[in-house]
Design a binder for this molecule. Sequence first.
Ligand code: PFF
Length: 542
Amino acid sequence: MKKPMQNEHWGSRLGVVLAVSGSAVGLGNFLRFPAQAASNGGGAFMIPYLIALVAVAIPLASAEWALGRYGGRRGMHSPMGIYYVASGRRPFFGVCGGGLTFTAFVINMYYLFVESWCALYALQYLGGLLAPLGLGFSLFPNQAPGLSLDSAAAYQDAFLATTGATRDRALFGANGASVLGVFALCAIANFWLIYRGVSKGIERFCKAVAPLILICSIIIIFRVLTLDNPTGKEGQSLLDGLGFMWNPQNAAETLKKPSVWLAATSQIFFSTSICTSAVLCYGSYVQAKRDVALSSLTSTMTNEFCEVCLGGLMIVPPAIMFLGAAASEKIGSVFSLGFVILPNVFGQMPAGQFFGFAFFALLFFAAITSSISQLQPASAFLEEAFGWTRGKRVLAVALAELTGTFVVCWFTEGLVALDAFDFWSANFMPFLCALVQTTLIVFFLGRKKLRDELDSGAIIKTSKYVFPAIAFVSLPYLAIVFGFWLYGEFVNKCKEFAAKPGSLTSEIFLLAVFAALVIVSIFTVLRWKREERLGKEKGANL
Ligand code: PFF
């Protein structure tokens, strides 16, 4: 079998933990989680959420790190190669792995776009912050520096101008230049970082950015905790804000809905980055003698702290404290919460330009450490499939990603394309991936190999619990939740998409991406098989 061109590794244990935590902590923690919780029963949502964390995320995270390293030791870094070797060189799993590279790859097509909104908002606030020094600026013509507008509707308009959500192709008009310009800068930064490589690019960057994320979070949390009832109105205290987010609403009703279980489990996948190919790929760069058992647990817990403690505190409570009931209907929508309601809150807060800047800088830094992890599996895929140099791979990944983002930016009316991309890549595919991966572990890799891999270099001994947890808890849990959801809601969801023209085009595009990944995987896996046969024949002839 062809040898990998360069066998890269993480430089240090701290580096890999920060890189995986960087991949995990992102927009999912600070925007998606609060919106999902608030729209799925508040505190009641936390029951399926915590069950999914224990039943799926913790065991699968350990197994995924171990599976990744198992493949990495054999020169494989993408799900295609890792599944192929871990299943005992079975072509079927190689092709499944190739198809499932789709997840992170497609998530990146819209994630990068949303990341650029965060950069744009942070820059707008910076423009306002610098205004007293005479250095103020605004990225939009006819808008004063800073984001301090005079009505809720004005914040909504600013968001529509940034996203082009009013009509298709809106971003290709005059106002789109700033948005697309900031997007281009973000995209270049992402591609440059993966071009620099695993330890010199991704690891160094994640180490540099982690303190910035921490500082920005402390600033925001301090602000939230020191604000009590800023408007003096009834029902708008800190406790009311916390209650809105955390009090269980209709617990019995909520827990009966398959969609709530699906939402909670998808949230866990999206937020921990497991079953998206990112953790598998990062795990493959861990050296043989380094720990994976404690590292996987540390990064999962770091992610949960940022999600539940920070994300659960810094977003919804201030929205209720400043805007009260007016905010409550819109809180369930991820983008309205982050890009309409919160700017409105900052606009009413003393020193709001500063806190707005800190908040969007936090989102941007958290997002970029996630988006680079979405690109790496595709680059590893191309290395295995074609043996290309890093430069060529990054160029190909960049072109493919930008084509996808182009579709997202074209069909912007109601953000239909973004929704379709999100649904297939972030809700549907991770489930499929989890089912394939758990089946592979339980029936093909087996208990012994999983234990050996987890024990190699382990600082804590968890290996004997992981296999039974996956076999007897994760796999049945996933099959039940996914089965119920497919049965009860899948067809309706497809009909809903089919009714929107932009969404149909997006789905055809996504199908083409998936087909391309599967076809390339079939050829690659057949080539590997051929090379193995030739190798064996040569050995027999000697
Ligand atoms: N975990 C990231 C977040 O919470 O924003 C999102 C993400 C990163 C999804 C990497 C998929 C992925 F491969």
